[in-house]
Design a protein around this ligand. Structure first.
Ligand code: SF4
Length: 340
C-alpha cells in the first residue's frame, strides 16, 4: 500500500461513526441554552466536554469555566460537566446556594448508580479507569470506602480486597475495550468470583468509534484522530488504530497541527474524531488533505447512531418557565454531513 509514487490514487478512509455522541451533544446544548435563557455569565465546572475548540467557543459566548465550586459567586448558575461529579461536589455547590444544571451524561450516571448499589451491598468495587480523570473522580466519590481504581492490566497484581468472593468491576465509559477486557481477564485470574457490571460501562459511542477505526486502520499509512489531548476516548482511538495495524497514527486538535512529514509517501489516510469533537474540525482536516491530493474520500461505516438524550431536568424546567423551547440548535452537527 505505501508508495512514494504520485501515480497512485491518494484516498481518505473516513470513519463513521465519529465525533459527537449523545452525551456531549446534550452537555454542549445545555450550556448554549443556559446562556440564551439566563444570559452570561454561566459558570461551568471543569471543561464541559474535553475539547479545546468547544471550550473556547463557549467561553467567547459568556461561559466561565472553573475548577471548583468555591470559584463561583454564591447563588450563581453552575453547570456540571458531562463527566459527572461526586456527591461531595454537589454538597459544596448546595452550600454556596448555587443554581446547578447537571449535564452529566446519563451513561456516566448509570455507572455512578452501579457504584452506589454495589457499595450498599458491601462489595469491593474495582473501578477500571484513569486516576485523575474527572469521570473517575466522580464515580469513585460515590463510594470512596469501597472503590479502588485500577489503571491498567499491570496494576492488577497490586489489588487487595477484603473478601475475594465479593468483588465487582465497573469502568470508566471511555476506555479501550480490548485493554479493559485484558484487565478484567487478569483480575478474574486473581479473583475467580469477580462479578461483572450489570451492563457495558464502556459506552456505545466509545465502542462504535473504536470498531470503525479498527476496520479502516489496517489499510492506512496514517490515521489522523481529531480530538484534544485530555479526551480519553480520542487518545484511545490513536492506540486502537495502531494496534489494529495502522502504520502510524496521530492525534490533532485541529488541521494546523498536521505535520506534512506524516503524509510523505502515504496513499491512504484514515480520519476519525473523538466523541467530543465538532464535525467542523474534521471538515478542516479533510480540506487540508484535499489540498495535498487526498481528494477521494470514502466513508467506512460500521454503525448508525441516532441516540439523543433530553436536556437536563433543571434546564427543561427553566426553559419552560422562560417560555423558551428546548430544541437543539446544532442537532445537525452530530449527524454525518454529506461529503462535499
Ligand atoms: S462518550 Fe459516552 S459516556 Fe461520554 S458523554 Fe459520550 S455517550 Fe456519554
Amino acid at each position: 500500500m505505501t508508495s512514494g509514487t504520485s501515480t497512485l490514487t491518494k484516498r481518505v478512509l473516513l470513519a463513521a461513526p465519529r465525533g459527537y455522541c449523545a452525551g456531549v451533544d446534550r452537555a454542549v446544548v445545555a450550556v448554549e441554552k443556559a446562556l440564551e435563557t439566563y444570559g452570561a455569565p454561566v459558570y461551568v465546572r471543569k471543561e464541559i466536554v474535553h475539547n479545546k475548540y468547544v471550550v473556547e467557543t463557549l467561553s467567547e459566548r459568556g461561559a466561565i469555566f472553573v475548577n471548583e465550586t468555591d470559584e463561583v459567586p454564591e447563588g450563581a448558575r453552575l453547570v456540571f460537566s458531562a463527566h459527572g461529579v461526586s456527591p461531595a461536589v454537589r454538597e459544596s455547590a448546595a452550600a454556596r446556594s448555587l443554581d446547578t444544571i447537571d449535564a452529566t451524561c446519563p451513561l456516566v450516571t448509570k455507572v455512578h448508580k452501579e457504584a452506589v448499589r454495589f457499595a450498599k451491598d458491601d462489595y469491593d468495587i474495582l473501578l477500571i479507569g484513569h486516576t485523575g480523570h474527572e469521570e473517575v473522580e466522580g464515580t469513585a466519590g460515590e463510594a470512596p470506602d469501597h472503590v479502588q481504581v485500577v489503571n491498567s492490566p499491570d496494576e492488577v497484581d497490586q489489588v487487595t480486597v477484603r473478601d475475594p468472593a465479593k468483588v465487582v468491576w465497573i469502568s470508566q465509559t471511555t476506555l479501550s475495550v480490548d485493554e479493559t477486557m485484558e484487565t478484567v481477564r487478569r483480575l478474574r485470574e486473581r479473583f475467580p468470583s469477580l462479578q461483572d457490571p450489570p451492563s457495558d460501562d464502556i459506552c456505545y459511542a466509545t465502542q462504535n468509534r473504536q470498531v470503525a477505526v479498527k476496520k479502516l486502520a489496517p489499510e492506512c499509512d496514517v490515521v489522523i484522530v481529531v480530538g484534544s489531548a485530555n479526551s480519553s476516548n480520542s487518545v484511545r482511538l490513536v492506540e486502537v488504530a495502531l494496534q489494529a495495524g495502522a502504520r502510524s497514527a496521530y492525534r490533532v486538535d485541529r488541521s494546523s497541527e498536521i505535520d506534512e512529514a506524516w503524509l510523505e509517501g502515504a496513499t491512504t489516510v484514515g480520519v476519525t474524531s473523538g466523541a467530543s469533537v465538532p464535525e467542523i474540525l474534521v471538515r478542516d482536516v479533510l480540506a487540508l488533505l484535499e489540498g495535498r491530493g487526498f481528494d477521494d474520500v470514502q466513508e467506512v461505516r460500521t454503525a448508525t447512531e441516532d441516540l439523543m438524550f433530553s436536556l437536563p431536568r433543571e434546564l427543561r424546567a427553566g426553559l419552560k418557565a422562560a417560555g423558551a423551547d428546548d430544541k437543539r440548535p446544532h442537532k445537525e452537527s452530530r449527524k454525518e454531513l454529506p461529503l462535499a
